[in-house]
Ligand binder design. Sequence first.
Ligand code: HEM
Length: 411
Amino acid sequence: MGIPWIGETIDFCKAQRKNRLFEDFVQPRIQKYGKTFKTRLMGSPTVVVNGAEANKFFLSNEFKLVISSWPTSSVQLMGKDSIMEKQGDAHQCLRGIVATCLNSAGLEALVPKICKTVEAHMVKYWHGREKVSLYHLTKVLTFTIVLECLLGIEVKQGMLETFERVLEGVFALPVSFPGSKFSSAKRAREEIEKMLGDIIRINRKEMESLIRRRRRRRRRRRRDSTFSTSSSTYSWMLGHHPNCYSTLLQEHDDILRSKRPNEVLTYEDTKKMKYTWQVARESMRIFPPIFGSFRKAIDDIEYDGYTIPRGWKVLWTTYGTHYDEEYFQDPLSFNPGRFEELVQPYAFLPFGGGPRLCAGYQLAKLNILIFVHYVVTRYNWSLISPEESITIDPLPFPSQGMPIKISPKLA
Ligand code: HEM
């Protein structure tokens, strides 16, 4: 378990930063101790579990045997009322609200809004340029889509930077001294709270005045007549696998040919992007945007011949299945065609699973498909630094922001 309190945290973070969490941390321990092994991370005794069976056991027993467990800094920054901190009925109630916005009618309505946002983004950041930073721009775009298309909040200058300051503190040590990442993140959180408060007050006033106007109109009538670890996925799938490009391009050219000039995509069009989604899934298999997450045992748990004591942490990881021959043949090769077949449940988990399956999964899927459509049908592109390294801290990002050379396609 390593040295007291710190345990194996340093090895874990080093492996993560080098983008070698599986090769340098998980795999050597699986070889030595088996698929279930114990360690100590950030002060907590932790059991790392691997494999589809383990994923199913722990993820589907959320609220019964385990609860999600975020570092103190994350809880303070996300707030006790965030969905990640809610349990049982309160969690189900919040999930219900998100599900209502992202049901098939909601998604159908979102597609033209996302298309307009991507088009405006391209005019602002791509048009007339020869070189762009794919990672940076996809981050700006994802942020804009979530705020403007999903939440109806207009993105103003500086907003993304403020949100990023909060994210930088989410996995930092929860110590507040001037200049620390955590205190800067706390200040950024206060700024966001104020900004959202102002927006809600303005919206409420507008809503109240709209209701008053409607009531007055109705009275008059009576008298007269007696409303998000995607940027890395976009970058990875577009940037690194030109060998699958011709099939992917064909798919989008076919869709483009079926549309009138300037006609935006529909939800039905996105359903035709089957190969693109296979490429995206394969990118997320090899390069999961989130490596896994922590749970806490709320009771003593018997698993795989061990007793995990109440209060211990459990870490499930995407690497435990994504790189395993048992689930994916020749796991290190990039082969989108493998997703033509059904994958064993709980073996492919970029979006997690069980009651805490990513709430924005469908939105992330639409973002990826629509953005790829606009890029590949409008631009020729090539990587400027094909050997660029990827770092994880704690989310993956390309060290130079994945610069690409672009030139517009002739209409
Ligand atoms: C490629 C993009 C994305 C990936 C790979 C991703 C991945 C994940 C994963 C692995 C989890 C589960 C964490 C756990 O089990 O502890 C999760 C949860 C969550 N995600 Fe995503 N996510 C993405 C995009 C989004 C977007 C765009 C949104 C919102 C618009 C979103 C909202 C959420 C929320 C609210 C949860 C918490 C769900 C809960 O606790 O019930 N995600 N995501």
